[in-house]
Design a protein around this ligand. Structure first.
Ligand SMILES: [Zn+2]
Ligand SMILES: [Zn+2]
Length: 289
């Protein structure tokens, strides 16, 4: 198999996760599998309880805010124990599918993929496929995003908040542990400009600039993002808002593209437009069905 389900005694927080058994290029298919459960109505879910038990997917142990909410939601069911089990497996392991992403699908192997805000793979829950969106080396952890496209564009704090509330973990990916790349822009000197007291300041050449064009574009982009994440838009409108966000961010403020993948030891931080391209637009083109 091209991916292996493994665990690492030195990194217990990863749980059981996916590791690439060979190298992959963007667009490569790592895995295709049938779902354990494709959920349209809750009544159907209970019938899948046995299959879900056998798969032994992740469910947090002990008390937690999500588990308490799920407990309340299942308390009046005929078989509350089974209902709670199934709901919690779905809550922590499913991917959105169907025309509007409202169906939930649970896969035995894909469910093991951990989240990263800079994922190296993309899941298509309708097809049951896992494809590379960046080059993956042999032995590397295979990651996907639990956040949607708009979610990946949010700043570190908002991403962490959403992941904590929904999935109850603290993301420690490269994007979450370095300076907020959604507010970092490249300078003509090759350094990185960061917002500082309403102005932009380059960390390398220390040049300070007004950056008003950028801040304005950023504000517009933030509004589009908010609209895209409002939850009451059709998929098409969400896409439209995201494109608006992309166009707003594409206002020419960076004269030099930043290497997103990073060279050697140093991980270069992208400017927002590069970030947007790297996260979404680029890889959708490279993926063949
Ligand atoms: Zn992260
Ligand atoms: Zn500079």
């Amino acid at each position: 198999m091209a991916v292996a389900v493994v665990s690492d005694a030195e990194q217990p927080h990863l749980g059981k996760f996916l590791r690439a058994s060979k190298a992959f290029q963007p667009g490569d298919l790592l895995l295709r599998e049938e779902p354990l459960l494709r959920l349209r109505r809750w009544q159907d879910a209970l019938a899948a309880a046995n299959a879900l038990r056998k798969a032994q997917l992740f469910v947090p142990e002990g008390e937690s805010p999500s588990m308490r909410r799920l407990q309340q939601a299942t308390a009046s069911e005929a078989d509350p124990e089974t209902a709670l089990f199934v709901r919690s497996v779905v809550h922590f392991n499913s991917f959105g599918a169907g025309p509007s992403g409202r169906e939930q699908v649970v896969f035995p192997t894909l469910a093991r993929a951990n989240h990263s805000c800079l994922p190296n793979c993309l899941v298509d829950a309708d097809l049951g496929t896992l494809r590379a969106v960046r080059p993956i080396t042999i032995g590397e952890e295979v990651t996907v995003s639990y956040l949607d496209d708009a979610g990946l564009l949010m700043d570190v704090k908002s991403r962490q908040k959403e992941l904590q509330e929904r999935y109850e973990f603290r993301c420690q990916c490269r994007r979450c542990t370095s300076v907020d790349d959604t507010r970092r822009f490249s300078c003509t000197c090759g350094g990185d400009q960061l917002p500082e007291r309403g102005r932009l300041r380059c960390q390398q050449c220390e040049r300070s600039s007004e950056g008003s064009e950028l801040f304005e574009a950023e504000e517009k982009a933030a509004k589009s993002l908010e609209a895209a994440r409002s939850g009451d838009l059709e998929e098409e409108d969400e896409g439209h808002e995201l494109m608006k966000c992309h166009r707003n961010l594409a206002v020419k403020v960076c004269s030099q593209p930043v290497d997103f993948v990073g060279k050697g030891q140093r991980h270069s931080i992208p400017d927002s437009t590069t970030l947007h391209d790297s996260l979404f637009l680029g890889h959708y083109d490279s993926i063949v069905q």
